[in-house]
Design a protein. Sequence first.
Length: 321
Amino acid sequence: MRCQIRCFAFVFGLFAAVTAPAATTTDSDDIASQYKAEGYELVWHDEFNKPGQPDPANWTYETGFVRNNEAQFYQPSNAFVDDGLLVIEARRETVDNPAHDPSSNNWRQQRKQSEYTSASVTTRGLHDWTFGRFEMRGRIDIRPGLWPAWWTVGSNQPWPSSGEIDMMEYYRGMLLANACWKADDDRRWSAKWDATRHPIEDFKPDPDQPGDTWTEQFHTWRMDWDEEQIVLSVDGNVLNTIDLTETINPDGSNPFHRPHYMIANVAIGGDNGGDPSHTDFPARYEIDWIRVYQKPEHQIQPSADADNETSDTHEDQQHDD
């Protein structure tokens, strides 16, 4: 999710022809064996096999109105595990805003109610990582007004100096794969983007999977992240490659050489999601599993600088390119 003053490095185009090696099975043991040959070890995962609320050892929640003038009110009850899937459910329902203050200049407090609810789960404060292979097998709903995402934010600096990686993001007919860092100017929310957009109609269904359309099927999104680059792909097809020699903040720091935590959410409407008024609800973002692999040399996290503690101001960011 994104910045109020938009500085883009867009790369528009059709579905990338370059491919990355992809796992041929969803079985975690088989995948781990394949990746072990490349030097990777499974260091964190959630298979979502226990019904009920997501594992509190892995996940916490964003709550209320958070960013991008989005329509939804985030609440934990919209995230639950059912039949081996993490379900993030967007609903059309009216809820009161407990932070309502009509005299406030903050849009989050100006709103008396919300007509929509959803959930945003995050590993913030529980788990973060520097470098590795991140994978998520999931299915997204692409109807109008919906804005599902799976992304990371740096743990140790305020946004956008923290850096952001959008491993999966969809809105208004486009699948996105992006990263951002602080732009070289004095504007608080100004970010520099390395971003791609891919028309969803360019993605064709797998004839060996159930479902007649690409979005009816499950897909595997992946990030390969090391000291030199970030490669973002889906089903083995590379969407974007980010050169980390270019991702330098004005203070000289590289946010992609520091720990990031993970977020999965469904936003509704707002600055980029589109109009949800004619969409039937509920809408479901379903995640089969999420796994993080690292090489042994990356499993010890670097210490955060004392003057770069995590700031809550990332909630003011715009998740948008």
